[in-house]
Design a protein around this ligand. Structure first.
Ligand code: ADP
Ligand code: MG
Length: 342
């Protein structure tokens, strides 16, 4: 047996196995890149559930011509430079793998223009060595990533794609989640040439509530208890549903840690515990919650898709969330005799 270094494309395809599960994962990675680039407007165009085409255009900082090939290289990132940076992450990306991975399993082009540069340039990587070619292009300030024929060269993955409708539903969900945490950014999502969602930038509370209702439904907004809880460097804001209205909304559980969407067992448990006794056996808590925590106190480098975290002081975080949610629930129900404690 001889040991060989894998050609870059194959190494990237293996990495893609971890982060690029389906079109929605591509949309998540690319939209997060746009947010990290400071975009205030992001346009997402999808064709055939994303299997044919995914295009994400932003008005962010752009990438200079001489950095375009780096952007497509594996382990290349502008977001961290040291272990210290990794231990205090505020950006959504930091692995430097998304573009390399996606371009190894699709036909990807990257077109960009930073404000300081005359014109725009377009880059794409090809072949086993993933050599990058560059050519001039027409593009306003900002960046467009276009991903064609996802998984065309990895048939095993392509086979797992579901119907157009199912794949688009997953993409829609990704954008809902992101739109719920970035009220300051305008998002537009279209499928097969038709605009399906348009979330305008919302700075005032009324506009934010409108977006909340558009995403979570007006029933949620109507029964949502606003929450603001603070303890030292820990902060919890957002909305929890009045338990008396539980059952009116299904599967509304959105939780963010420092602006990153999470599915975290510890957080779920704390929220559940706060709702305990207030819900029927088959009822679920509904919430949209934003936790802010000192980035040194949380490890986001747990899973390649970055939807898991580890808290250094998990007990403290658990109790903080429990107390915060409980206080919001109690303030809503304390005037109800059957809810008050003896
Ligand atoms: P990561 O996000 O982990 O840094 P990516 O592979 O997703 O890795 O992106 C590589 C690099 O390309 C980023 O660090 C960033 O510098 C640049 N980049 C990617 N997308 C954009 C974008 N939309 N606007 C500006 N720069 C971008
Ligand atoms: Mg990224």
């Amino acid at each position: 047996m001889t040991i060989k270094i894998l050609p870059p494309q194959l190494a990237n395809q293996i990495a893609a196995g971890e982060v690029v599960e389906r079109p929605a994962s591509v949309v998540k990675e690319l939209t997060e890149n746009s947010l990290d680039a400071g975009a205030t407007r992001i346009e997402i165009e999808i064709e055939k559930g994303g299997a044919k085409r995914i295009s994400i255009r932003d008005n962010g900082c752009g990438i200079a011509k001489d950095e375009l090939s780096m952007a497509l290289a594996r382990h290349a990132t502008s977001k961290i430079a040291s272990l210290d940076d990794l231990e205090a992450i505020m950006s959504l990306g930091f692995r430097g793998e998304a573009l390399a991975s996606i371009s190894s399993v699709s036909r990807l082009t990257l077109t960009s223009r930073p404000e300081s540069q005359e014109g725009a340039w377009q880059a794409y990587a090809q072949g086993r060595e993933m050599d990058v070619s560059l050519k001039p292009a027409a593009h306003p300030c900002g960046t467009t990533l276009e991903v064609l024929d996802l998984f065309y060269n990895t048939p095993a993955r392509r086979k797992f794609l579901r119907t157009e409708k199912t794949e688009f539903t997953h993409i829609d969900e990704v954008i809902r989640r992101i739109a719920l945490v970035r009220f300051d950014v305008e998002f537009s999502l279209s499928h097969n040439g038709k605009r399906i969602r348009h979330y305008r930038a919302a700075s005032e509370q009324k506009q934010q509530e409108r977006r909340l209702a558009a995403i979570c439904g007006s029933a949620f907004l109507e029964h949502a208890l606003h929450l603001e809880w603070q303890h030292d460097a820990l902060g919890l804001t957002g909305w929890v549903a009045d338990p008396r209205a539980a059952g009116q909304f299904s599967e509304l559980q959105y939780c963010y840690v420092n602006g990153r969407m999470m599915r975290d067992k510890l957080i779920n448990h704390a929220i559940r515990q706060a709702y305990q006794d207030k819900l029927g056996a088959d009822q679920q808590p509904a919430y949209v919650l934003y936790l802010t925590i000192d980035p040194h106190q949380v490890d986001v480098n747990v899973h390649p898709a970055k939807h898991e975290v580890r808290f250094h002081q998990s007990r403290l975080v658990h109790d903080f969330i429990y107390q915060g949610v409980l206080s919001a629930l109690q303030s809503a129900t304390e005037h109800l005799p059957e809810m008050t404690e003896a």
